[in-house]
Design a protein around this ligand. Structure first.
Ligand code: GDP
Ligand code: ZN
Length: 325
């Protein structure tokens, strides 16, 4: 699409005030138009479709079909959009010391809220004698979510990864630093494009890198965004999404005597004493519920406060310019 110097494009890399955009003319560097600079929620992120005017200035961000968000790190209660217009979210975990069901659950909640299809990748399958045990265990917990054991190192399972994404669709890789996200990107591209961190022997985690979120075109014509380790993962989601991510617990909870049972001390609780329910999973569920309920309350408070401020400003304006009738 082009008319009078206006072009459409997609953000492949975004930093504070510097953007790389794919256009029909190829990749260009772009800057932000004045109006967009002042609206935080309008700041383009990787995956966004945008409108460029002459001189490669971004003047508009098209509505986002889906988005991956977390709570802005720190004390603020704001949404931070990490990537936009995704179809599939690959949640990567390493089958070394990184395998952590509690963390997977957090990512699942993130995925549920985003409207993307989650797929769990258990990478470094070459390090596990019996990776199928982990696949089975993970499948039991993340019901209905595909779970694949792969190895970027041995290029195992790459075809299966590709089968999860349709032509023209966009996927992203999330997971802690060191689980092998960059290695998966490189294996899929069949070249070394993303720098790979050396793993520290003692804790199995990659060295901290500052690589940015970047969009790649994968052979087979789909897109993949590498999202470097999110140190703080507090999903930005509605509390209901937790039940969606913990289908087994939600199902049990249907049998509790009280509808708002917190599964702590209530009589007639069907969850607390359920046979075979991993207590640390229950603790993870409760913690996420609490966090998101808090977030919901706080952001309600913030919204109310902001709208009150807006009304005050309008009132003041109205007093200054009494209505002429
Ligand atoms: P990222 O931080 O998630 O992007 O992880 P990297 O791709 O940088 O990988 C971290 C470390 O794990 C590197 O030393 C990789 O060589 C190693 N690694 C990645 N994939 C595999 C794998 O499938 N098997 C094994 N054994 N090591 C891997
Ligand atoms: Zn209960």
């Amino acid at each position: 699409m082009e008319s009078k110097g206006i072009t459409c494009g997609r953000i492949v890399l975004a930093s504070r005030d510097h953007f790389f955009v794919w256009t029909e003319q190829g990749e260009v560097e772009a800057t932000l138009g004045g109006r967009l600079r002042h609206v935080k929620s309008c700041l383009p992120c990787v995956g966004d479709w945008i409108v460029l005017r002459e001189g490669n200035v971004i003047v508009d961000v098209l509505p986002r079909r889906t988005r991956i968000s977390r709570k802005e790190p720190g004390r603020s209660v704001r949404e931070q959009i990490l990537a936009a217009n995704l179809d599939v979210l690959f949640i990567v975990s390493g089958l070394d010391q990184d395998y952590n069901p509690r963390r997977l659950e957090r990512y699942l909640v993130l995925a549920k809220e985003s409207g993307t299809r989650p797929v769990i990748l258990l990478n470094k399958a070459d390090l596990q004698e019996d990776s199928e045990v982990f696949v089975r265990r993970t499948k039991e917990q993340a019901r209905g979510v595909p779970v694949l054991a792969v190895s970027a190192l041995e290029k195992r399972g790459l075809g299966e990864i590709c089968r999860q994404v349709g032509t023209g669709e966009t996927a992203a890789l999330v997971g802690s630093s060191g689980v092998g996200k960059s290695s998966i990107v490189n294996a899929l591209l069949n070249e070394d494009r993303q720098p790979i961190a050396e793993v520290r022997e003692w804790d199995g985690r990659g060295r901290h890198r500052t690589t940015q979120r970047e969009l790649f075109l994968i052979p087979g014509n789909w897109f993949l965004i590498d999202m470097p380790g999110l140190r703080e993962l507090e999903p930005w989601a509605a509390p209901e999404q937790v039940d969606d991510a913990f289908a087994d617990i939600a199902e049990l909870a249907a049998g509790c005597r009280f509808r708002d049972c917190t599964h702590r001390a209530e009589p007639g609780c069907a969850v607390r004493n359920a046979a075979g329910l991993d207590q640390s999973r229950l603790a993870g569920y409760r913690k996420l519920k609490r966090e998101l309920a808090f977030l919901e309350r706080q952001s309600d408070i913030r919204l109310t406060r902001e709208s009150r401020k807006r009304w005050k400003a309008l009132e003041k304006e109205a007093r200054r310019h009494p209505k002429r009738t």
